[in-house]
Design a binder for this molecule. Structure first.
Ligand code: GTP
Length: 283
């Protein structure tokens, strides 16, 4: 089996930590041991004990105090510090002590989506985990189910999920979290359409409602949603944490994605784009 891991990503408040705690409890009940790694240096408390915690290396509060950085700058500093001290991660996860262990890890990541959409830090961590302890890694991207009530929020959420997928290049599952809050307000057939979003959904939502500031915006937004649609790039799995069947069904899909990742070799990020070098052609 080897080491497997879910990298749980998504915007602040999207339900990552709750998802991690729910999954840990579910796996424990299923007698499938799992370990939790907290990668959020700003985390305050957990409903589940962490096996490893980046706050033992560095905390956002310390960086903010000592260097006077704001929350985003301090977070990026912490993650870059981690990327420069990956031997700490190996140690905390027991990779050196037992390189061939069969382990399942859930990794709770910070809520700053720029870490997944354009900074290279997460890719560096992914490539390192794969290289140092042969981790097979699946990305799990959380988005709140309430977004389905607003087409603009919903499709911008789809774009963030897609950016993470394209940037990280690992098997990827998108999860519609907090389903318990909307499940009684949405028709199941209608929900199915949000799980496989297509451009007609955006059109239908906004047609005749006067929501477009101008036809140019409509053209641009429709082109973007059609791109998602044409390549079937984004789909979601609903998660209702109050329903064991829903948790089990999601886990099954993630297990398939992890299996798919077994043959993949995550790569280190390429060097920064250098304008003077004209190195952009490689991208
Ligand atoms: N009803 C309901 N509430 C949820 C669910 N998941 C999360 N919440 C609530 O949403 C809020 C944010 O959840 P978290 O799990 O802390 O979200 P997070 O993505 O880890 O947030 P950050 O750590 O800030 O990035 C909390 O008040 C949770 O109790 C869910 O499935 N159902």
């Amino acid at each position: 089996m080897g080491r497997k891991c879910q990298l749980v990503m998504g915007p602040a408040g999207s339900g990552k930590s709750t998802y991690c705690a729910t999954l840990m409890a579910h796996l424990e009940a299923a007698r499938r041991p799992a370990k939790l790694l907290n990668l959020d240096p700003a985390a305050e408390h957990f409903e589940y004990d962490c096996t490893a915690d980046v706050r033992d290396l560095i905390t956002l509060a310390d960086v903010a105090d000592e260097l006077g950085y704001g929350p985003n700058g301090a977070l990026v500093y912490c993650m870059e510090y981690l990327a420069e001290n990956l031997d700490w991660l190996d140690d905390a996860m027991g990779c050196d002590a037992n390189p061939d262990a069969d382990e399942y890890w859930i990794v709770d990541c910070p809520g700053q989506i720029e870490l997944y959409t354009h900074f290279p830090i997460m890719r560096t961590i992914i490539a390192h985990l794969h290289r140092s302890a042969a981790f097979t890694i699946c990305g799990v991207y959380c988005m709140e189910a309430a977004f389905v009530t607003d087409p603009f929020k919903f499709f911008s959420g789809c774009l963030s999920a897609m950016s993470a997928m394209v940037q990280l290049e690992i098997p990827h599952v998108n999860v519609l979290t907090k389903m318990d809050l909307i499940k009684d307000q949405i028709d199941p057939a209608r929900l199915e359409r949000y799980l496989w979003p297509d451009a007609s959904l955006m059109d239908e939502w906004t047609e005749g409602e006067g929501k477009w500031a101008s036809s140019k915006w409509k053209g641009l937004n429709m082109a973007v949603t059609q791109l998602i649609d044409s390549y079937s790039m984004v789909s979601f799995i609903p998660l209702d944490i109050t329903d064991e069947e829903s948790i089990g069904a999601l886990l099954l899909q993630i297990d398939h994605a992890v299996q798919y990742g077994e043959d993949l070799e995550p790569e280190e990020p390429k060097d920064e784009f250098d304008m003077e070098d004209g190195g952009g052609d490689e991208y």
